[in-house]
Design a protein around this ligand. Structure first.
Ligand SMILES: O=P(O)(O)O[C@H]1O[C@H](CO)[C@@H](O)[C@H]1O
Ligand SMILES: O=c1cc[nH]c(=O)[nH]1
Length: 345
């Protein structure tokens, strides 16, 4: 994977992984600390054996709400045939942070990120450090979310090929020590294509790729007329939405810039998969009933599940019912995983 530098030059992202594929931190301060407290995750390198707890993680799935990520954890557990030790249930590992929720299902972490760039940014600092402390090898990060579509049918799944800010710039900007730092927001194109290829012809919705706009607000920031404040009219709104549509933006959400920029800076492959829940060229309010929205939210999860299962099957790995980590392939268990996936689809 080629990593874009903030000066525009290309660099091999593999340099940001150690030779064995584990995540290398680009902050030498961390190595010098006695312990690193991952405050918002309620974890720490001194208080927890992070290698034992997370060393087998391969996929880090992120989405806005704790409920969605709990549901995804249960769903993926069935899909990959992971069994919890007898008498145990899925636990929210970060429960006592009262900030984010985190569930672990074998090689899959399912984490809520809240709303907006700061919430995503803080979480990613800690999850990327978690990958480093746990010596996780070559993880893949996937955001499974919702978005507002620009001229596309609600319910469409969008895999982002690029993410831009409200000014159509492909950077995540942050004020650091009184200066603006711009980090290029780059998503993995190969991963995007692999995900797109997992759309099935019989899926009753489309799966498309395109440019995603990441805004710092849901109302004025996305050109809505229905916020508590609005200093523009319908014509100005439509002019803006049509302008970004002609710049190939097909959906809008609120976290992809930090997600793309921070994973890219860490040399981690990542993708953003969001279902659209409204067509912004037709309106601002979310009218779809709850059951429809619930079904829409499952669409990105379904695609990601197909990707995870394909990876585990291709690599000849499977989730053993009892050891809880990828083990040597067992033909019997492997067949079971395949059957489960056929049943679901
Ligand atoms: O559905 P999720 O993933 O939470 O994301 C989208 O929904 C929220 C707005 O309703 C924003 O956070 C936006 O990015
Ligand atoms: O319109 C929408 C819908 C979901 N999420 C957003 O950020 N915008």
């Amino acid at each position: 994977m080629i990593r874009k530098m903030s000066n525009g030059a290309d660099e091999e992202a593999d340099e940001f992984l150690y030779e064995d594929g584990t995540v290398r931190l680009r902050n030498s301060n961390i190595e010098l600390m006695d312990q690193d407290i991952l405050y918002h995750l309620a974890l720490g390198s001194g208080s927890h054996d992070l290698v034992e707890m997370f060393g087998d993680v391969k996929f880090v799935c992120l989405g806005g709400t704790p409920k969605r990520m709990e549901q995804f954890a249960h769903y993926i557990m069935g899909e990959i045939g992971h069994k919890l030790p007898t008498g145990t249930t899925l636990q929210d590992i970060s429960q006592f942070s009262y900030r984010y929720s985190m569930y672990k299902v074998g090689p899959v972490l399912s984490i809520s990120h809240g709303m907006g760039l700061p919430s995503m940014g803080i979480l990613l600092h800690e999850v990327i450090k978690l990958m480093y402390h746990a010596k996780v090898k070559d993880p893949v990060f996937l955001r499974i979310g919702t978005s507002g579509g620009i001229g596309i049918e609600p319910g469409t799944v969008v895999i982002s090929e690029q993410t831009v800010d409200g000014l159509l710039r492909p950077y995540y900007e942050l004020a650091v020590l009184g200066k603006i730092v711009q980090r290029p927001a780059v998503l993995d194109k190969k991963l995007m294509r692999e995900l797109k290829a997992l759309h099935h012809a019989e899926d009753p919705y489309e799966t498309v790729t395109g440019k995603t706009m990441c805004t710092t607000d849901f109302y004025e920031g996305q050109g809505r007329l229905d916020g508590a404040f609005c200093d523009f009219n319908e014509n100005e709104k439509m002019e803006y939405l049509e302008k970004i549509q002609s710049a190939n933006v097909i959906n809008m959400e609120m976290e992809s810039l930090a997600f793309a920029a921070l994973t890219h800076s860490a040399g981690i492959r990542s993708a953003v998969i969001c279902v659209t829940i409204v067509d912004r060229l037709k309106g601002d309010q979310i009218h779809a009933p709850k059951e429809v929205l619930d079904e829409y939210q499952k669409r990105p999860q379904k695609l990601v599940s197909r990707y995870i299962k394909k990876f585990l099957q291709t690599k000849g790995r499977f989730m053993d019912s009892y050891c809880g980590s990828p083990c040597v392939k067992s033909p019997r268990r492997f067949k079971l995983v395949q059957q489960e996936s056929e049943n679901y689809d």
